[in-house]
Design a protein around this ligand. Sequence first.
Ligand SMILES: [Zn+2]
Length: 311
Amino acid sequence: MYLVIEEPHCPWCKSESVVEIDMKSSQRTTVDGHLRRWNAAPKLLRCQNCGLWIKHPRPTAAELQEYYSNVDFSKWENPGLYPNERKLLSILQKLPKDSEILDIGCSTGRLLSRLTNSFECFGVEPNALSATTASANGISIVSQEDLTAPEFHERFAAVLLIDVFEHLLDPRSVIESAISCLRQDGLLAICTGDTGTQKFRQEKARFWYVVNEEHVIFFNRQFANHIATEFPLTISEWSNISHYDSNSISRSLLMYKRWLYRTLQHKSTFLRLAASLFPGARKARRWAHCPPNNLSADHVISVFRKQAQSR
Ligand SMILES: [Zn+2]
């Protein structure tokens, strides 16, 4: 699926000053060895100019488009809201009544449909089936290209990118368009994984969020600060939060499953035999990969406020 690109560069700032992420936390000695074992070919790079973490090589736009045209979008559906969405909802509910809100990648309108009684809601959604459902949920669907029209310039009180940033091959075009259609004093909310969080820093290229083949770039505070110096934005909210709901029982169960999977793969025959006596071992032997370590506060809700332009 991956195309080899000779010269790695940052998809945000175009800098070629990109370095492989240090893997000191790994017992293995090289980044390559680590990635070959855990994540096939791609490496994880960091831009020294803007701080963005980048998968390299990344799929091409055509490859990603083909992937998304075949993917089952229902895997992103959830009858309730995820913790990051609930937190964002509480921020949006404080906006003045009748404000206009744009959600880029609105899916079926799972978040916006809870706001249509108070606000005018707009969404960008490339998947036709999801867009039809969003429309039926009271959301006005527009295309990414529509956003360059004068009628959308400095129009919205809030523009949302929820679980979208990490999928972007060309983040600059989407973020610039989001900022341009945001009114002065409006809010740009980016909810995504945060490379500054503990598990992300520990596991780096092995982390479930990086291993996910749809994810190509990774956000953090340094990058957010970089955006806020490049555009008239201030950071008004930075909250780390888990993407998924969990409790002490589900987190303990996940730790147990991860331990069981790894021990069943251990080079020591004694440990493998001992682990095979534990509950769930027969099932765990058939797992294709270790259960993802995805219940920690590895996401961020970052909210930027657009400043009034100085005269
Ligand atoms: Zn960069």
